[in-house]
Design a protein. Structure first.
Length: 116
Protein backbone atom coordinates (compact mmCIF):
# COMPACT_ATOMS: atom_id res chain seq x y z
CA UNK A 1 0.00 0.00 0.00
CA UNK A 2 1.42 3.40 -0.91
CA UNK A 3 1.96 6.31 1.47
CA UNK A 4 -0.55 8.32 -0.56
CA UNK A 5 -3.35 5.74 -0.10
CA UNK A 6 -2.51 5.43 3.62
CA UNK A 7 -2.79 9.20 4.00
CA UNK A 8 -6.13 9.24 2.14
CA UNK A 9 -7.42 6.35 4.27
CA UNK A 10 -6.35 8.09 7.48
CA UNK A 11 -8.01 11.34 6.37
CA UNK A 12 -11.22 9.48 5.48
CA UNK A 13 -11.24 7.73 8.88
CA UNK A 14 -10.66 11.05 10.67
CA UNK A 15 -13.65 12.62 8.88
CA UNK A 16 -15.89 9.65 9.75
CA UNK A 17 -14.83 9.64 13.41
CA UNK A 18 -15.20 13.40 13.80
CA UNK A 19 -18.69 13.28 12.27
CA UNK A 20 -19.70 10.41 14.56
CA UNK A 21 -18.30 12.19 17.58
CA UNK A 22 -20.27 15.34 16.79
CA UNK A 23 -23.59 13.56 16.42
CA UNK A 24 -23.01 11.42 19.49
CA UNK A 25 -22.70 14.54 21.66
CA UNK A 26 -25.77 16.35 20.35
CA UNK A 27 -27.65 16.18 23.67
CA UNK A 28 -25.86 16.32 26.99
CA UNK A 29 -27.40 14.51 29.95
CA UNK A 30 -28.12 16.76 32.85
CA UNK A 31 -29.15 17.28 36.42
CA UNK A 32 -30.85 20.58 37.24
CA UNK A 33 -31.47 21.74 40.81
CA UNK A 34 -33.27 24.81 42.15
CA UNK A 35 -34.93 25.80 45.40
CA UNK A 36 -37.59 28.09 46.83
CA UNK A 37 -38.16 29.45 50.32
CA UNK A 38 -41.48 28.33 51.76
CA UNK A 39 -43.36 28.66 55.03
CA UNK A 40 -45.56 25.63 54.26
CA UNK A 41 -45.91 22.82 56.76
CA UNK A 42 -44.56 19.49 55.53
CA UNK A 43 -47.89 17.91 54.54
CA UNK A 44 -49.05 20.98 52.61
CA UNK A 45 -45.64 21.22 50.88
CA UNK A 46 -45.71 17.58 49.77
CA UNK A 47 -49.32 17.86 48.52
CA UNK A 48 -48.35 21.02 46.60
CA UNK A 49 -45.29 19.23 45.19
CA UNK A 50 -47.45 16.29 44.09
CA UNK A 51 -49.92 18.60 42.31
CA UNK A 52 -47.06 20.55 40.67
CA UNK A 53 -45.44 17.35 39.37
CA UNK A 54 -48.72 16.12 37.91
CA UNK A 55 -49.48 19.54 36.38
CA UNK A 56 -46.04 19.44 34.71
CA UNK A 57 -47.08 16.11 33.15
CA UNK A 58 -44.97 13.87 35.38
CA UNK A 59 -46.51 10.51 36.30
CA UNK A 60 -46.19 7.79 38.93
CA UNK A 61 -45.84 10.30 41.76
CA UNK A 62 -44.55 8.68 44.93
CA UNK A 63 -44.07 10.25 48.37
CA UNK A 64 -41.05 9.16 50.41
CA UNK A 65 -39.64 10.09 53.76
CA UNK A 66 -40.48 9.11 57.29
CA UNK A 67 -39.65 12.40 58.94
CA UNK A 68 -42.24 14.88 60.13
CA UNK A 69 -40.11 17.70 58.71
CA UNK A 70 -38.45 16.24 55.58
CA UNK A 71 -40.35 14.46 52.78
CA UNK A 72 -39.91 14.00 49.01
CA UNK A 73 -42.28 13.70 46.08
CA UNK A 74 -40.77 11.73 43.16
CA UNK A 75 -42.14 11.29 39.63
CA UNK A 76 -41.20 10.26 36.08
CA UNK A 77 -41.76 11.72 32.64
CA UNK A 78 -40.34 9.53 29.89
CA UNK A 79 -36.59 9.30 30.53
CA UNK A 80 -36.68 12.07 33.14
CA UNK A 81 -37.03 11.78 36.89
CA UNK A 82 -38.04 14.64 39.17
CA UNK A 83 -37.98 15.16 42.91
CA UNK A 84 -39.30 17.88 45.16
CA UNK A 85 -37.80 17.73 48.64
CA UNK A 86 -39.73 19.62 51.31
CA UNK A 87 -37.64 20.53 54.35
CA UNK A 88 -39.94 22.26 56.81
CA UNK A 89 -37.33 23.06 59.46
CA UNK A 90 -35.22 24.89 56.84
CA UNK A 91 -38.21 26.52 55.10
CA UNK A 92 -37.11 25.15 51.73
CA UNK A 93 -38.56 23.25 48.78
CA UNK A 94 -35.70 21.77 46.73
CA UNK A 95 -36.38 20.79 43.09
CA UNK A 96 -34.37 18.30 41.04
CA UNK A 97 -34.84 17.00 37.49
CA UNK A 98 -32.43 14.58 35.78
CA UNK A 99 -32.51 13.12 32.29
CA UNK A 100 -30.82 12.69 28.93
CA UNK A 101 -30.95 16.37 27.86
CA UNK A 102 -29.95 19.21 30.19
CA UNK A 103 -32.05 21.79 28.31
CA UNK A 104 -35.21 19.70 28.67
CA UNK A 105 -34.38 19.07 32.34
CA UNK A 106 -34.15 22.85 32.84
CA UNK A 107 -37.54 23.37 31.17
CA UNK A 108 -39.11 20.64 33.31
CA UNK A 109 -37.73 21.95 36.61
CA UNK A 110 -39.01 25.44 35.71
CA UNK A 111 -42.44 24.03 34.85
CA UNK A 112 -42.64 22.24 38.21
CA UNK A 113 -41.59 25.38 40.10
CA UNK A 114 -44.10 27.52 38.18
CA UNK A 115 -46.90 25.20 39.30
CA UNK A 116 -45.69 24.89 42.89
Amino acid sequence: MSAKSLACGAAYLAVILSTFGTTARAAEPGLVTKWLSTAMKIDECVRTAERALRAAQFARVDIKGDSDTDKNAFANRGNYVASVNCIEEKGVAYFVVAGPDVDAAERYVNAIMDKF
